[in-house]
Design a binder for this molecule. Sequence first.
Ligand SMILES: [Zn+2]
Length: 254
Amino acid sequence: MLRLHPLPAFEDNYIWTLAAPDGRALVVDPGDAAPVLAAAGEGLRPVAILLTHHHPDHAGGVAELRRRFDIPCYAPHDERITDASDRVGDGDRVTITELGLEFAVIALPGHTLSHIAFHGHGYLFCGDTLFSLGCGRMFEGTAKQMLSSLDRLAALPGELLVCCGHEYTLSNGRFAQVAEPDNAARDLRLEEATKLRADGLPSVPSTLASERACNPFLRVDQPGILQTLRDRGASTAEREESFAALRAWKDGFR
Ligand SMILES: [Zn+2]
């Protein structure tokens, strides 16, 4: 039985760990080595690293952890990532023999052009593409690319645990309430997340089924969202336009 545990890093990042009872663990997106080394002091034994994209708050700890533990790092084909041992892309599989795990890799351009996700065994490590109740900013990709990446994630099995890169659920939830005022499932999810945060606990992972029901960026075809966008003067003739308008609105939302 593996234990999933997010290590908080920086302001609001999560470094995901998936550990066997003896401490051997997979580490995902270690932007900082320090929280992983602190966990290692309490018995965590990293055996491999998965990296979703090149941003320093995800990749910054890779070099030090690889040096300390002599472990592989599976990362996207991107020359901005210099510390990986193995490059993977869409359709590839990653096997972590020590933990009996195998993950499928999917390409998710949008937040960055080389962003990837790993899924398998009930887990989805999706970096900064999909958040609970939100999605990543489009730093490099187009709205069309980001929407198609989110569509690919949304088509995966609903029971997958969405292990995302940041604790953004409450601020995303405030936007979701305005973007789609009438969504009872979302109200419940936000209430649950608010309680978890008040207790000092992570609001994630959620499930993909929950995100499909609650996350406005996976719901750009829903009448409630389309109406809100039209009320703001946005064109919703094309799905891609609706998504672009929603994302641009969120970029400026406080
Ligand atoms: Zn990022």
